[in-house]
Design a protein around this ligand. Structure first.
Ligand code: SF4
Length: 599
């Protein structure tokens, strides 16, 4: 047993008080006592998050905090601080280098409001599952709190909310165009995509400046953090030289905020250019907004497999901080899950991944996955089940482009058909699942992440092995709709791909003697969907005698191509698209699918 696993196991022994104290000592500090316990007089980096502090690699602040700690930084976490006062944010004192702020695992507006803009009553990332522990537009609020608590200390915004709102975007909940969250938050830097490389680089630069006796705030004003891959910074008329250099350089120019406000279709143009930047990974881009300019450095390359393995090998306790008396629901579903890879080649227009993680797949090595599973089996709470082995799409582990992604103009590797250069490793993935199942102490292994059906249908052997052992009766699949016109707007494969998949699934299940079900994920009221399209989908479900259980009324997520479609009423190619807009039209379409008998 490794030292780290020993420690986690020891956290499960003794009296509750001793256990809590010991468990807290394994985590990053959340207060002055925790700092003293580590012999720290100050932090280097303070992370402020809208999620509860859960020491699990599925929780961004814990993942980033551990990563920075591994690279020699003293990191503290303030989770879900009160926002009526700066006291919570200030409780560990001014950090030497910077404050990182994130709304948490979800955009805070999505976390708070339904597709019909009603307040949600629950929040899976909060102890007890109660809503109300983070503010609306948490990135803005936390950045303001950080500035109030520590005037002059650099503030870096990151996480999904900052990432997806990094340029001018449509906000569904306000039904309005908003400019870059970097400008509204007045943060010194915005990190987009997966933050490990970019944040580490920013912290290293700040540390070097501090060690050279420079004032970090001044160094940042003078451009210390500019140009780091995976970040955005703002320039204003005071930055004359940097602006002139930008004007003379070959950066991609996105339509400005004002141009988009004047002509909504230009939001689609800006969104596609940013998607392209994430995928090609080469050029910088800029967007003017009034007198200011937001400069988007090229994306940070995905972590190399060795770095990804090292990241997931860190000593996560897989527990919420012992200061919480109630469970954090989001932890309960992922406590013994394993993330095998990042990125998704699908590029679905409604999904945040195309602009956040990108389409290139970064996979962990199988030895790393197995080592994590072995560690789980020694965890005090281990019951024998690995609840998920997956990623954004479970069967993309090991997939790669055999050509040059930087030279590729496609918006999806899988649509309208699977690119001939897209290589999968589904056979090796099935081997990996078998190896996980063979780890001593593992009784069950499940694949709970969604499976990309067009890829799975192409490899019946993978599907057979998946169905026989790892599905647990139900397999999540996302056809989303049945009308090819709508599917094309979603960047999903034609419906026949799903029907082909179902054929294979049912044949393999029968041959295996297993009663298994596909759980189809569907979207109502997507741009371009007419009522008769919803009735066609309802008819297809009725003919199969399927009662839809997973229907999401479309929510235009900030930064996505689908949000640009909803806002501007144009498809990516500029063609006009009718949009079911307003609650009445959206409810009607949703009801066709969800009401008994439809209508
Ligand atoms: S060439 Fe094909 S596999 Fe490679 S990035 Fe482009 S679409 Fe994807």
């Amino acid at each position: 047993m490794s030292h780290d696993t020993d420690s986690v196991a020891a956290a499960g022994r003794g009296s509750k008080r001793n256990r809590d104290a010991f468990a807290a000592s394994l985590l990053l500090p959340v207060d002055a006592a925790g700092m003293r316990g580590r012999g720290w007089e100050e932090l280097d980096v303070l992370l402020v998050t809208g999620d509860a502090y859960v020491d699990h690699p599925a929780f961004g602040a814990a993942l980033l905090g551990r990563w920075l700690e591994r690279h020699g930084f003293r990191v503290g976490i303030v989770a879900q601080p009160r926002w009526t006062t700066a006291e919570d944010v200030a409780r560990m004192g001014r950090p030497r280098l910077c404050v990182g702020v994130t709304a948490g695992s979800l955009d805070s507006m999505l976390a708070h409001y339904t597709a019909f803009r009603r307040k949600r009553r629950d929040d899976a990332y909060t102890p007890g599952g109660r809503s109300g522990a983070r503010p609306n537009r948490a990135t803005l609020v936390y950045a303001a709190l950080a500035r109030r608590a520590f005037p002059g200390t650099p503030v870096i915004a990151g996480g999904i909310e900052a990432s997806m709102r990094r340029a001018t975007h449509y906000d569904f909940w306000e039904d309005a165009l908003r400019r870059s969250v970097l400008l509204d938050s007045k943060a010194d830097l915005l990190v987009y995509g997966m933050a490990e490389r970019s944040m580490l680089r920013a912290c290293e630069r700040l540390r070097s400046a501090a060690e050279a006796g420079e004032d970090p705030a001044r160094a940042v004003r003078e451009g210390l953090l500019r140009g780091i891959p995976g970040t955005a910074h703002a320039l204003c008329p005071r930055d004359g030289r940097a602006l002139r250099a930008l004007d003379e350089s070959a950066v991609v120019r996105l339509p400005s905020h004002e141009e988009i406000a004047a002509r909504p279709a230009r939001l689609m143009e800006a969104t596609l250019l940013l998607e392209r930047q994430v995928h090609a990974g080469t050029a910088a881009a800029r967007q003017d907004s009034g007198a200011q300019v937001v400069v988007f450095s090229p994306p940070a390359p995905p972590l190399a497999a060795a770095d990804l393995d090292a990241l997931y090998a860190l000593a996560f306790t897989r527990r919420a901080h012992p200061c919480y008396s109630e469970p954090v629901p989001a932890l309960e579903t992922v406590r013994f899950s394993v993330t095998t890879h990042r990125g998704c080649a699908g590029g679905c227009a409604f999904c945040s991944l195309a602009l956040h993680q990108g389409r290139r797949i970064a996979s962990r090595g199988d030895a790393s996955v197995l080592s994590e599973v072995r560690g789980m089996t020694r965890h005090p709470d281990w019951k024998g089940s690995v609840s998920d082995v997956g990623g954004p799409s479970a069967n993309m582990w090991g997939a790669a482009c055999r050509a040059d992604p930087a030279a590729c103009a496609r918006a999806s590797c899988l649509v309208p058909e699977i690119c001939p250069h897209f290589a999968t490793a589904q056979g090796a993935l099935a081997d990996l699942l078998d190896a996980v199942a063979a780890v001593e102490g593992v009784k069950h292994v499940r694949v709970a992440s969604g499976v990309r059906h067009d890829l799975a249908a192409r490899d019946p052997d993978y599907l057979r092995r998946l169905i026989r052992r790892y599905v647990g009766g139900q397999l999540k699949v996302a056809p989303e709709h049945c009308c090819d016109r709508v599917l094309a707007l979603m960047r999903k494969p034609p419906f026949r791909a799903f029907e082909e998949f179902l054929d294979v699934f049912e044949r393999v299940s029968r041959a295996a003697g297993r009663e298994q079900y596909v759980v189809p994920y569907l979207i109502s009221a997507y741009p371009g969907t007419a009522d008769e399209d919803m009735r066609a989908l309802r008819g297809w479900l009725d003919r199969r005698r399927w009662r839809p259980r997973q229907v999401q009324c479309f929510i235009p997520l900030p930064g996505t191509a689908a949000a640009a479609m909803y806002y501007a009423g144009v498809a990516p190619d500029g063609a006009p698209v009718p949009v079911p807009r307003g609650d009445a039209a959206r409810l009607r379409q949703h009801g066709i699918l969800t009401r008994a008998g439809g209508s």
